[in-house]
Structure formats: structure tokens, C-alpha cells
Design a protein around this ligand. Structure first.
Ligand code: NAD
Ligand code: LMR
Length: 330
């Protein structure tokens, strides 16, 4: 039975394919828990408002006990007013043959005004997850436009990469997902990301010992995870949607409810300079969550191969930041 006041959850791109896979799960309680009512604030471009209204009709028809109301907006300031959770999904997905970085000029312009709208009117506890690509740099753009919101409230989604890594490792080793811990995604949500097994365990044994095949890790596991988005686009003819929505649910749920003892997850968070990642960049790290705050896992050993891979992905983030500056988006 709901026991608290409704939490305002703003979702941009509500009429898109991720939006369609996401909203019903939020309204059913999977984002914030079975005791927390939610009020949905949907933001769309004017030409997609009618489609968002159709989705809202379907949400009504589910009679979700936790859904306290739905508002639909085509104005960011109104949509983020009082937002406690902001899911920034609305942006163009890439088509076959594009890299995620190619979306910067198409999508980067969306996130400055949305950051400013969050700054102007979101609730003081607002937590922001950017899903729209290129997610890390879009989160950085939004944070730059929200000087009054603590920067650590802006995050980018690499939980999908994390989940992909878990699934590939479980399939290869015949282990259950519950037995796998401490997989990490570093860097950018792009093909340069570094899915890292060096600290992972399977049933308390080092994952690399269980796998016992360095070539598989380097030549199959890492590229399969890093290029999975492109493989889905190739197979489905559209970018991942249900798995992306699932990862968004996981990210926010973990942020609010915490990571299990002895494990961590991966998220794009504002760097504090850890592991040589320039301060301020939104990069994926292994992170724990407690009390509603992410913490970068400290003091991990980084071997030479990992160092090279992390540096390469971070270099791409630095390039994206420079491109944003030269496009005049910050
Ligand atoms: N980080 C990740 O792991 C991850 C995973 C999958 C997809 N994505 C990205 O998520 C984004 C959305 O994907 P999708 O498949 O839902 O795309 P989609 O084209 O189906 O939907 C995008 C929606 O955003 C809306 N939109 C565009 N500009 C907007 C704005 N300024 N304000 C509000 N809404 C706006 C569009 O009208 C559309 O309805 C893409 O950029 C995609 O690349 C990220
Ligand atoms: O790869 C894409 O463009 C979509 C998304 O970011 C994904 O990882 O599936």
C-alpha cells in the first residue's frame, strides 16, 4: 500500500520507443519501489505530444495503484518543475553505420536548455539520468547549464553496458548472474568503453581464473559488449529499447536503494579526478550507492592493459567535450 507523497518523475522523449518500454514500469512501482507513488511528467516535442497522450491513455487503462497522475508538456521548464527524478531520454537514436559520437551535433543542443530548466525549477533532491546519446557528454552539457544543482546529481547511463557484460560472462562460464560480482564499465558509453573483468568474481573465484582464456576476454568479450548497441541496431533495425529502459530502471533503483554489500555497479558519474580521469568529465566508473549517493570505488589496482583502455575511452570524452565547446553548446 502506498505510504508516501508522490514522487515527481519527469521523462523526456516519452513518445519514443524507450519511453514506451519505460513508463509502464515506472508507473507499476519498479523504479522507486512498491511503497512509492509517482506522478509522471512527460516531455515531448510538440509534434509528438499527441502520441504521448495516447501512451498516457494506456497508462490510465492499466489502473496502476501507484500512479498518482500524468502531465504532458512540450515545454521543458514546465516539465521539470518540481522534478525529483529526471530521465533524459528524448534524443535521436543513431542509425546503422553511425557511431554514437556522430549524434553530438544532432542531440547536444537538447541538453543545455533541459539542464537550465532543471536548474530553474527541479526539486532540491533532483536526480538526473541521461540516456539520450552521446549520454556521457549530454549529461556533462546538462550539468554545465545547472550551476545551482550539485554536479553529482547528473549521471549518464552505462548500466546497459554493465548488464550486457554480466550476461556475456554468465553465458560463457555457465554461471548464474547472482554469482557474478564486481564487473566494471569504464569510460564512455561508446565503442571505446572498457568492460573490465580484472576485479570480477564468480562464486568468489576470480572471473579471469574461471574463464581462463585471455584471448576470449580481449578479442570476444570486450568488443561484444562495447559494440552490442550496433549489433542490436543491425539485427532489429532500431536501437535497443526494452533493455535500455530496463537499465534505466536499474540505475535509478540502485541510486535510491543502494548497491548490495560486497558488490558494485557501473554508472557515468562526474569524475572527482579518480583513476586519472579529468575532474568534471562524466565517465563510467565502478560505483557503489548508499544513502542516495554514488561513490566511485576507490583504490582498485589498474593493470597496464586496463590503463591503456581507460585512457583511450577518456580521451574520446575529452574530444567530445572539446567538440561541444566548438559547437557553442556550453
Ligand atoms: N545510454 C544508453 O545505454 C542508451 C541505450 C539505448 C538508446 N539510447 C539513446 O536514447 C535515445 C532515445 O532512443 P529511442 O529509441 O527512444 O528514440 P526514439 O526516436 O524512439 O524516441 C526519441 C523521442 O525523443 C523525442 N524528443 C526529441 N527531442 C526532444 C526534446 N528536445 N525534448 C523531448 N523529447 C524529445 C522524440 O520526439 C521521440 O519521441 C537515443 O539518443 C538513443 O541513442 C541510449
Ligand atoms: O548503440 C546505440 O546507439 C544505442 C544504445 O546506446 C545502445 O547501447 O544500445
Amino acid at each position: 500500500m502506498p505510504v508516501s507523497q508522490p514522487v515527481n518523475v519527469t521523462v523526456t522523449g516519452a513518445a519514443g520507443q524507450i519511453g514506451y518500454a519505460l513508463l509502464f514500469r515506472i508507473a507499476s512501482g519498479q523504479l522507486l519501489g512498491a511503497d512509492t507513488p509517482v506522478r509522471l511528467r512527460l516531455l515531448e516535442v510538440p509534434q509528438a505530444v499527441k502520441a504521448a497522450e495516447g501512451t498516457a491513455m494506456e497508462l490510465d487503462d492499466c489502473a496502476f495503484p501507484l500512479l498518482a497522475g500524468i502531465d504532458i508538456h512540450d515545454d521543458a521548464t514546465a516539465a521539470f518543475d518540481g522534478a525529483n527524478v529526471a530521465l533524459l531520454v528524448g534524443a535521436r537514436p543513431r542509425a546503422a553505420g553511425m557511431e554514437r559520437g556522430d549524434l553530438l551535433s544532432a542531440n547536444g543542443g537538447i541538453f543545455g536548455p533541459q539542464g537550465a530548466a532543471i536548474n530553474a525549477g527541479a526539486a532540491s533532491d533532483v536526480r538526473v539520468l541521461v540516456v539520450g546519446n552521446p549520454a556521457n557528454t549530454n549529461a556533462w552539457i546538462a550539468a554545465q547549464h545547472a550551476p545551482d544543482v550539485p554536479a553529482d546529481r547528473f549521471t549518464a547511463m552505462t548500466r546497459l553496458d554493465h548488464n550486457r557484460a554480466l550476461a556475456q560472462l554468465a553465458a560463457r562460464t555457465g554461471s548464474t548472474l547472482e554469482d557474478i560480482r564486481r564487473v566494471a564499465i569504464w569510460g564512455n558509453h561508446s565503442a571505446t568503453q572498457y568492460p573490465d573483468l580484472t576485479h570480477a568474481t564468480i562464486g568468489f573465484r576470480p572471473a579471469l581464473e574461471v574463464v581462463d582464456d585471455e584471448a576470449w576476454v580481449r578479442d570476444t568479450f570486450i568488443p561484444t559488449v562495447a559494440k552490442r548497441g550496433a549489433a542490436i541496431i543491425e539485427a532489429r533495425g532500431a536501437s535497443s529499447a526494452a533493455s535500455a529502459a530496463n537499465a534505466a530502471i536499474d540505475h535509478v533503483h540502485t541510486w535510491v536503494h543502494g548497491t548490495p554489500e560486497g558488490d558494485w555497479t557501473s554508472a557515468g558519474v562526474v569524475s572527482d579526478g579518480s583513476y586519472g580521469v579529468p575532474e568534471g568529465l562524466v565517465s563510467s566508473f565502478p560505483v557503489t550507492s548508499s544513502g542516495g549517493e554514488w561513490r566511485i570505488v576507490p583504490d582498485l589496482d589498474v593493470d597496464d592493459f586496463s590503463r591503456e583502455r581507460i585512457d583511450a575511452s577518456v580521451a574520446e570524452l575529452v574530444e567530445e567535450r572539446e567538440a561541444v565547446r566548438s559547437l557553442g553548446l556550453v
